[in-house]
Design a protein around this ligand. Structure first.
Ligand code: PLP
Length: 453
């Protein structure tokens, strides 16, 4: 059908992230106009369950009036001020304090940025500055995982372990190394238990640290549960074993909680669920339900005390953004966190997570379903060409792309990650809506079944 003027103008003038512009013009962009609860509506009035919370991020739903009021009130009072050179404002102070309290004092302070990518860039600079301040000038390498996602700036894209973020950009930077993705279903060896797999993953990390030289390895970074890499839940003992290796070689542990923060796994932070005791924690997305851009780097005492008290020849930690701790964004974050607490959305995520995980696992017998994985309100269903051998489709991703497209016709927005379909609905979702979402997915699956051969 003919494209509308807004679609044509989008195609003419607007270059989109992660989007093939030629295909974009052929497919025709979907214009999303408004949102309500877990639903968004396009300019044709069609309703979609936003099964991905936008980009894993809208915890409280798409029309929360309290966030609108919090933004408007702060806009009317102090729409902008910075936090450089001994200036501050109440919302940024209150949010920093609130975040530290939410970690039950595990973390010591908060540094604000505008995006998860910038936050991870900030982490890298903090880690480097920390070791420089301690006179350990060779201890600079950072180890991340294949399929990890940490953002797209030059340095954070180097931590990301996905080919599209490296190809064409001369990345990763030499200081960034990668170990295997802890995905037992795909990376486990025949007959290997999850426990043995986790042990092997930790041994691989230790081998890499020893090869590189422990005096050159500064930090290990990982998402408690990987999101963009395909919703990968590691074996239960993985994080314990990884942390033991890190502690042995004085390697800082960084938990990238950009997706898992604020209740996604049914606990306030993903670190709680896996017993991670991070030296540095990164938060974004659900911190404001993404109504405004904001991210935070939380420092434990170990790194905080060095950076905050350093007075040597390196000078002050020379880093920060015009909008670090932006008053409107931090005011919205505070109100958003109040809503998450008052409405018990972390507990709701735990309860609805059970419903989501069990209704998706009911698909385990489906001939196309290879693996159902997830915990709390994040999940993925991996489709395979052959259930017994786990053989993927050829070309890889054809079913994921088909389902992503076709799901729109059933009023559902999901993400295809190769042939895994990801679910990450708003934390406000109720039981009937979970069933409705899964039902729309099953209907879509039936539609595309004929493509499987
Ligand atoms: N870290 C994780 C775990 C993410 O999922 C993302 C974004 O999806 C980022 C970092 C990057 O955040 P941003 O897109 O805000 O730069």
């Amino acid at each position: 059908s003919a494209l509308s003027p807004i679609q044509n103008r989008d195609i003419s003038y607007h270059l989109h992230p992660y989007t093939n512009a030629v295909k974009h013009a052929q497919v025709g962009p979907r214009v999303i106009e408004r949102g309500q609860g877990i639903y968004v509506y396009d300019d044709q009035g069609r309703e979609y369950i936003e099964g991905m919370s936008g980009l894993w991020s809208v915890a409280v739903g798409f029309n929360e009036p309290r966030l609108v009021r919090a933004a408007a009130d702060q806009m009317g009072k102090l729409p902008f001020y910075h936090t450089f050179s001994h200036k501050t404002h109440t919302p940024s102070v209150e949010l920093a304090e609130k975040l530290v309290q939410l970690t039950k004092g595990r973390m010591r302070s908060a540094f604000f940025t505008n995006s998860g990518s910038e936050a991870n860039d900030t982490v890298i600079k903090m880690v480097w500055y920390y070791n420089n301040a301690l006179g350990r000038t060779n201890k600079k390498k950072i180890i991340a995982r294949n399929k990890g996602y940490h953002g797209v700036t030059v340095a954070s894209a180097s931590l990301t372990g996905l080919a599209p973020n490296h190809r064409g950009f001369d990345l990763p930077l030499a200081q960034m190394k990668h170990v295997s993705c802890p995905h037992w279903y795909r990376e486990g060896q025949p007959g290997e238990t999850e426990e043995a797999f986790a042990t092997r993953m930790a041994a691989e990390l230790e081998t890499l640290i020893l090869e590189e030289g422990p005096d050159t390895v500064a930090a290990f970074i990982g998402e408690p549960v990987m999101g963009a890499g395909g919703v990968i839940v590691p074996p239960a003992t993985y994080w314990d074993k990884i942390q033991a290796v890190c502690r042995k070689y004085d390697v800082l542990v960084v938990a990238d909680e950009v997706i898992t923060g604020f209740g996604r796994l049914g606990t306030m932070f993903g670190s709680q669920k896996f017993g991670i005791e991070p030296d540095i924690m990164v938060l974004s997305k659900q911190i404001t339900s993404s109504y405004l851009p904001l991210a935070a780097v939380l420092l434990g005492d170990k790194v905080h005390s060095v950076i905050a008290r350093y007075s040597g020849e390196l000078g002050t930690f020379g880093h920060g953004y015009t909008a670090s701790g932006h008053p409107v964004a931090t005011a919205v974050a505070l109100e958003n966190i109040r809503i998450i607490e008052e409405r018990g959305l972390v507990e709701n995520a735990a309860r609805m997570g059970e419903v989501l995980q069990s209704s998706l696992r009911a698909l385990n017998d489906h001939p196309l379903v290879g693996e159902v994985r997830g915990t709390g309100l994040i999940a993925a269903v991996e489709l395979v060409a052959d259930k017994n051998t786990r053989r993927p489709f050829d070309p890889l991703g054809k079913m994921g792309a088909a389902i992503f497209e076709k799901a729109h016709e059933h009023g559902l927005i999901v993400r295809g990650i190769q042939d895994s379909i990801a679910f990450c609905p708003p934390l406000i979702i109720d039981e009937q809506q979970v069933h409705d979402m899964v039902g729309r997915y099953v209907d879509t699956l039936e539609d595309v079944r004929s493509l499987a051969d």
